[in-house]
Design a protein around this ligand. Structure first.
Ligand SMILES: NC(=O)C1=CN([C@@H]2O[C@H](COP(=O)(O)OP(=O)(O)OC[C@H]3O[C@@H](n4cnc5c(N)ncnc54)[C@H](OP(=O)(O)O)[C@@H]3O)[C@@H](O)[C@H]2O)C=CC1
Ligand SMILES: O=C(O)C1=N[C@H](C(=O)O)C[C@H](O)C1
Length: 250
């Protein structure tokens, strides 16, 4: 018998990530978008068969299994509350969340499954592991994290930089951060360990935001139907590429 499809609500649908998610959702087997939510009232009520809702209309969305949220911190509380009310899963990549929002997410995870990640690429999941191991092997070396993004990005340091910093701290380093906003850079993270007379550079360059969208759609299919709890990218990929749990940060 065929598995029933996983019904998705895309939150932040008019954004750069939201548009990539809508374009790529057909690639994830068994996933179907049933609602696309944006801040403003939509100019068209239905696009490619998908109902378009404004934030104010979100609570009236038809039944869904997973909300996929790539929005902004000020929009996050509403989608978390809706998932708790409907008892459905949440995949979120929204960065720059406040401490209180992280706590609300932890509290919600006692009733629904949640996977939040600052970066949904496989490369960065592997980079976390490399950074933790490099930091542990290089006590006393300076650790600097330099991130570069497009000029429209609002938060700094990026969520990924902070999560990589948490990995470095797990290895005993004390990272410092620098952020560059320039042109249309999708996302670059350089973690630099500097000793006396030598330097190691670990770098990830995202060439396209489709890598994040594909990761998030895969996470949604994976998370649907899981028991309540907080899950990480490493939980999702761990068996495949042998990762320990991902460090948490904003
Ligand atoms: N974890 C990861 O792998 C990645 C995470 N990100 C993160 O995802 C988030 C979105 O990034 P990006 O798509 O580039 O950003 P955009 O600014 O392009 O999109 C943001 C979306 O959120 C909506 N939004 C903003 N404020 C509100 C609000 N108050 N209520 C409801 N909706 C709102 C916007 O609606 P409207 O268009 O109507 O204004 C828009 O659809 C950021 O936090 C970014 O850091 C980005 C890439 C990868
Ligand atoms: O806003 C972005 O664009 C990105 N945000 C995420 C972050 O803050 O780390 C992930 C990626 O770098 C792109």
């Amino acid at each position: 018998m065929n598995k029933p499809s996983v019904k998705l609500l895309i939150h932040g649908a008019q954004g750069r990530m939201g548009q990539a998610l809508l374009r790529l959702c057909g690639e994830e087997p068994g996933c179907e978008v049933v609602a696309a939510v944006s801040r403003r009232n939509p100019s068209q009520r239905v696009v490619d068969g998908v109902p378009q809702l404004s934030t104010g209309e979100m609570n009236g969305a038809s039944a869904f299994d997973v909300a996929v949220d790539f929005s902004l911190p000020e929009a996050f509380d509403a989608v978390l509350a809706l998932c708790v009310e409907r008892k459905v899963a949440l995949v979120s990549g929204t960065t720059g969340l406040l401490g209180a929002q992280r706590e609300a997410m932890e509290a919600a995870s006692t009733t629904i499954p949640i996977l939040w990640a600052s970066n949904f690429s496989i490369g960065v999941a592997v980079l976390h592991d490399l950074v933790r191991r490099a930091a542990a092997a290089l006590p006393g070396w300076d650790c600097d994290i330099i991130e570069m993004h497009h000029t429209r990005k609002l938060d700094a340091p990026s969520g990924t930089a902070l999560t990589l910093g948490a990995a470095a701290e797990q290895g005993g380093a004390h990272p410092k951060y620098a952020a560059i906003r320039a042109g249309d850079i999708v996302g670059e993270h350089l973690v630099q360990f500097t000793g006396q007379g030598e330097r190691i550079e670990l770098v990830h360059r995202a060439m396209h935001r489709d890598i994040f969208a594909r990761g998030a759609l895969h996470a949604a299919a994976w998370l649907a139907g899981k028991p309540a709890g907080i899950y990480t990218i490493a939980d999702m990929l761990g068996d495949k590429i042998g990762l320990d749990s991902t460090p948490r940060s904003r």
